[in-house]
Design a binder for this molecule. Structure first.
Ligand code: MN
Ligand code: MN
Length: 288
């Protein structure tokens, strides 16, 4: 008797469930789609490249509008930059440097035009600097992106290059790059922004401006503190160098305040950092 009742109840309850099945099926498809989107990167909680690489503010208010060709924001997983179409170089490139970006990937050396530029714009090519006497100088260095081959390759697009005097690129600038990686290997977390200004002439038939100066600002944070760890005592290394063959080898000779680079470029660095902190870290010259 009991058994029969049990079976009966199930038989009765099963009919409405069957009716609900198409509805359940639709919902399941919906839920699986959401799950897949989340897993494939459409994650609401994932940080944007700007949040990762440019946490202290956009110094030139670059935007990703083609109406703004000389201050055009380009966000890549590996770095963020402001491109200047008429100069054929970035105004600045900004990137995070932590241990997780460093590894043993080979240098890819695949210099190439940046296909992500708007279609109608001139795309600087890998041979445009040829016979100019200037190097294809990385802003975000190849060796700062050595954890994965794809990340390393991403540094070789021409939107991450500026014409750099061989002595600036291979000696002074390179030694500061190496010093930065040493700081990271010692546990520090860096936020670096670098760029150029001024003109010493043009190359590639006028398509690329040779800058007269190259500058870089490095924020040195304690391990794990993240961008929020910035305070009045934070070490900031800022340099402004001549882009010539007469440059000295020691980058420390070119240390300046951030205020000086702001005056020379018209940019406002650290605009998201409270004024009282900004004023202190921008006025100081590292090591002085
Ligand atoms: Mn270089
Ligand atoms: Mn500022």
């Amino acid at each position: 008797m009991l058994r029969k009742k049990h079976i009966l109840r199930h038989t009765i309850n099963f009919k409405p469930l069957e009716k609900k099945m198409p509805f359940l099926k639709k919902n399941l498809t919906f839920l699986v789609t959401i799950l897949l989107l989340t897993l494939t990167g459409c994650n609401l909680f994932q940080k944007t490249p700007t949040e990762i690489h440019l946490p202290f503010g956009n110094p030139s208010n670059a935007t990703n509008s083609t109406e703004n060709p000389n201050n055009y924001l380009m966000e890549k997983p590996q770095y963020v930059l402001s491109y200047n179409r008429d100069r054929g170089t970035p105004n600045w490139v900004s990137w995070q440097l932590t241990k997780s970006w460093l590894g043993s990937s080979d240098r890819q050396d695949d210099f190439r035009p940046d296909e992500s530029l708007p279609e109608k714009w001139y795309r600087v090519g890998p041979n445009d600097y040829r016979n100019s006497g200037f190097d294809r100088g990385h802003l975000a260095p190849s060796a700062d992106r050595s954890a994965k081959e794809t990340d390393n390759s991403a540094t070789f697009v021409m939107t991450n290059m500026m014409p750099q005097s061989p002595k600036n690129n291979r000696d002074t600038w390179r030694e500061l790059e190496e010093y930065s990686r040493q700081l990271v290997k010692g546990g520090k977390e860096l936020y670096i922004i670098a760029g150029s200004y001024g003109s010493r002439g043009k190359l590639a038939g006028g398509k690329v401006t040779i800058p007269s100066r190259t500058w870089k600002i490095i924020v040195v944070l304690e391990p794990g503190s993240g961008a929020r760890g910035i305070n009045k005592n934070t070490r900031v290394i800022a340099v402004d160098m001549q882009n010539t063959q007469r440059i000295g080898t020691n980058w420390k000779r070119y240390l300046v305040s951030v205020d000086k680079i702001e005056a020379a470029t018209g940019y406002d660095f650290f605009s998201k950092v409270p004024k009282e902190i900004q004023n202190v870290i921008e006025a100081r010259v590292d090591g002085k």
